[in-house]
Each structure stands twice: as C-alpha cells, then as structure tokens.
Design a protein. Structure first.
Length: 128
C-alpha cells in the first residue's frame, strides 16, 4: 500500500484514505507575510482547493497580508523579532504560538524557516 509520508510523518495510511478523509485545518507559519506569500502561495492554493482550512501566521506589517488574504487564507500577525536577539521577544512569540495552537486545534502545523521549526517543537509539546 502507498503511504503519504513527509519527513517521516505519515499523514494517511493509504492514498485512498487521504482522498476520503475529512478536510484538515492547517496552520502555515513563517517569519513574515512576505516569505509566506512568496514561497508558499502555491501550497496555500492547493490546500484550499483540496478542501482544507488554511490559516497563515507570522510577523505582519510588510504589506503582504492582503495578498495572503486574497488567496482565501486569513493571516494572524505575531510578535516576531526578525533579528532574533531578544530572549523576551522569543518568549512572547512562544506564548502567542502556544495559545494560537490551542485555540485553533489544527490537524497540521507547517513551519518552514528554522527558527519557526524550533519554536514549533517547543510549543507543540503535549506536556506543556
């Protein structure tokens, strides 16, 4: 049987199961709206076309939020310190992500820049 697997994570046991499963809620997290739009717009379109609920998140204020929302993806701004040198800013972001995850209860969270992936590993733990 074919399995859908990304980076070692199995999303469905078979292709047929993936096609017939319920639409998923997927959070896409980036450093900023610009990177989310420029590097994941195609992914967002494809996920929406497949019936998924997609929500984007990252630092706002760069003017790309309306472009993301024009794709049908709500954008949630977060307090991201783009230079990443202030521990208090990182803690504030971790808290915001933690609360967002627990409020939205997503099926999948996709971080695609290294700092966001590290933050995801911290905030997505079940024992917090």
């Amino acid at each position: 049987m074919d399995k859908i697997q990304v980076n070692g994570t199995i999303f469905a046991s078979t292709i047929q199961e993936a096609r017939t499963s319920q639409p998923k809620k997927i959070l896409l997290v980036s450093r900023c709206a610009w990177t989310l739009y420029n590097f994941r717009a195609g992914l967002m379109r494809g996920l929406i076309a497949s019936g998924a609920t997609v929500i984007g998140g990252g630092a706002g204020g760069d003017g790309f939020e309306p472009r993301i929302e024009a794709l049908g993806v709500p954008f949630v701004p977060f307090p991201v310190d783009k230079r990443g040198i202030h521990p208090r800013a990182d803690v504030a972001l971790l808290q915001a992500l933690y609360h967002w995850y627990h409020r939205e209860k997503p099926d999948i969270v996709h971080h695609f820049t290294i700092k966001e992936r590290v933050r995801n590993n911290i905030t997505n733990r079940d024992d917090l």
